[in-house]
Design a protein around this ligand. Structure first.
Ligand code: ADP
Ligand code: MG
Length: 586
């Protein structure tokens, strides 16, 4: 048998290779931004449409591409960044494999306009599926603009693997943040559907972080710094009070390249031991500078993994650098781990004042009233026939209306004549809220109370993005929110039963949760919000309810299509009918 093996056409080979470098729109954004940075740009603009599906355009003011190099730049293994294998040990640029542009061009329509300083005119190059469709001279600014349209147009399977626009947009922002944090000398402007999404002027690292993550984060940065022969470490770690279970920024850069390194990450986490509530993660922005010949970045096509030559020394150095910073900021573990209350307080509530619990007291209540001075009556009672049902005097006292009353503050006892129902008030309220937020009955909304003083909340751009998507659902839950700009919102109204001091925390926590768990294609987002809010806002089982409130709760519960189980699959009520009661006395 012969002739079974044939060489793949270049275009097919490029498409296959593209799978490794370009998994999603965010990979295109990353590669184009890295090229712009390698071209020594000081200003980079990024334009996104439909989360990068229909357009990604990166415009820079870098050195540009000479007309004769235009096509070459789109050939596989064509790079201006290394010439020989030795150069691999001296890499200071982001790219060096010469793969990105060839990969992108094989799976999209690409339009490039570029001009170097020495050329009077720029060059336009149009490509589709790896083939040049047009090339001509045209007037242009110094620098390069690369537009990528209809990504994956000729590889529908890959296109179908993409997630919701919201998710893809988050991935894009993640890539932008990584490069923006490690290149503060570059100005970044990001536009989504022609609207400015992010403006990051040239700034110190501290102010760049503030511009991305908001002022609260900036106020909690603790500087780290150390220099040894192995590496120079700098950057910031976050005060333990900022720690979170999920969604806390953790950035690790080696020679300005964002990388993942579980072992070195562990060195940082270990330094926080004893300082964080259980399962919480610390935030950090750590920059490592190491001699290029001591590290290997050529392990994976996406270049987010790095091998260090002296990793066993680097771990303790990084660990003690972080510990030192925590130490000089007087953040040390308590001597008695079990007894320090500071660390058992959830950090969300650290700044709130704690009010002493109020216990309803009936000053007239006298536990000995029945017995005092009446021993005969007491002994009479003791000697009554125990088979006789006894009236519990306390129940009668609490419930003047025999059909509905509150028992042990957490339960509503309700009788409609033929049966008796005991309702867990918190679970009932969770069910009611859940169904209202999911709009089981569209006319039945949670009423919103206007705030006399609207509450302003600073958000990160990511949080703000999520907010835009869930704003309608939040309004069903009674939160009236006005978006002021990309990083701040105003809460104008909130559900009447939501404590004022919690509004801020609830919204931020919800946005972070939605960011982490937003279901793909946005299906089920109402459920996610409804579950979260019904848990946060439902009345507690310690709350005393007046008769009207009790009746309202029972009425609202029974108007839900599901009233036996809570949204968390817990029993809301137990009921007895007359027969089962009678049977109990058989
Ligand atoms: P690599 O970055 O690994 O070299 P790419 O495929 O990303 O490979 O880019 C190929 C080449 O095209 C680069 O080496 C560079 O010479 C040129 N190039 C790409 N983008 C730009 C840009 N924005 N400005 C100037 N030159 C660029
Ligand atoms: Mg590149």
């Amino acid at each position: 048998m012969s002739g079974l093996i044939s060489r793949l056409p270049q275009q097919v080979a490029n498409q296959i290779a593209a799978g490794e470098v370009i998994q999603r729109p965010a990979s295109v954004v990353k590669e184009l931004m890295e090229n712009a940075i390698d071209a020594r740009s000081t200003q980079i603009q990024i334009f996104i449409k439909e989360a990068g599906r229909s357009l990604i355009k990166v415009v820079d003011n870098g050195v540009g591409i000479a007309p004769e190099d235009m096509e070459l730049a789109f050939q596989r293994h064509a790079t201006s960044k290394i010439k020989s294998i030795d150069d691999l040990t001296k890499i200071v640029t982001k790219g060096f494999r010469g793969e990105a542009l060839a990969s992108i061009a094989s799976i999209a329509q690409v339009e490039v306009i570029s001009k170097t300083q020495n050329q009077p005119l720029g060059t336009f190059l149009g490509m589709e599926g790896g083939r040049v469709t047009k090339k001509e001279a045209m007037a242009a600014e110094n620098g390069t603009s690369i537009g990528v349209k209809n990504l994956f147009f000729n590889t529908p399977v890959r296109r179908n693997f993409l997630k919701s626009n919201h998710r893809e947009q988050q991935y894009i922002l993640d890539e932008i943040y990584r490069l923006a944090i490690s290149h503060c000398h570059v100005r970044f402007d990001v536009f989504e559907e022609d609207q400015e999404l992010l403006h990051l002027p040239v700034a110190t690292i501290k102010f760049r972080l503030r511009n991305i993550f908001g002022p609260k984060l900036k106020d909690n940065l603790l500087e780290i710094e150390s220099e040894t022969q192995i590496a120079k470490i700098s950057g910031y770690i976050l005060n333990p009070s900022m720690s979170k279970k999920r969604g806390i920024p953790q950035y690790f850069f080696v020679n300005k390249r964002y990388i993942r390194h579980p072992y070195l990450r562990h060195a940082i986490l270990q330094a926080y031991e004893g300082l964080l509530p259980e399962k919480n993660q610390p935030g950090f922005f750590v920059f490592l500078e190491a001699p290029t010949n001591k590290i290997d970045v050529n392990i994976h096509p996406t270049k987010t993994e790095v091998k260090f030559e002296e990793i066993e020394h680097l771990y303790p150095i990084l660990n003690s650098t972080v510990k030192y910073s925590l130490g000089i900021h007087h953040i040390t573990p308590p001597i008695d781990f079990d007894k320090n209350p500071e660390f058992s307080v959830p950090h969300f509530f650290r700044d709130t004042t704690v009010e002493p619990p109020t216990i309803p007291i009936d000053p007239k209540y006298n536990p000995f009233r029945d017995v005092e001075g009446k021993p005969s009556e007491w002994s009479n009672r003791m000697s009554t026939d125990i088979s006789q049902p006894q009236r519990n005097p306390k129940l009668v006292e609490i419930a003047p209306d025999p059909t509905i009353f509150q028992l042990f503050t957490g339960y509503i006892v309700y009788s409609n004549g033929s049966s008796l129902v005991v309702i867990n008030q918190r679970r009932a309220h969770q069910r009611i809220l859940f169904n209202k937020i999911c709009q089981e009955n569209p006319t039945d909304k949670i009423s919103s109370q206007l705030l006399i003083f609207p509450i302003t909340i600073s958000l990160s751009v990511k949080q703000n993005n999520v907010l835009k998507e869930i704003q309608n659902t939040l309004s069903l839950a009674g939160f009236q929110i006005k978006i002021i700009n990309n990083t701040s919102i105003e809460v104008l109204g909130a559900p009447a039963f939501c404590p004022m001091e919690k509004i801020n925390f609830i919204i931020i926590e919800l946005l972070d949760k939605a960011l982490d768990e937003m279901p793909d294609q946005n299906h089920g987002v109402e459920h996610l919000i409804a579950k979260f809010l019904s848990k946060k806002l439902a009345i507690s089982n310690n709350r005393e309810l007046n008769e009207l409130e009790q009746k309202e709760l029972v009425r609202d519960l029974f108007s839900c299509s599901e009233y036996v189980m809570s949204p968390f699959n817990k029993k809301i009520l137990i009921s007895f009918d007359k027969d089962s009661l009678v049977n109990k006395f058989e």
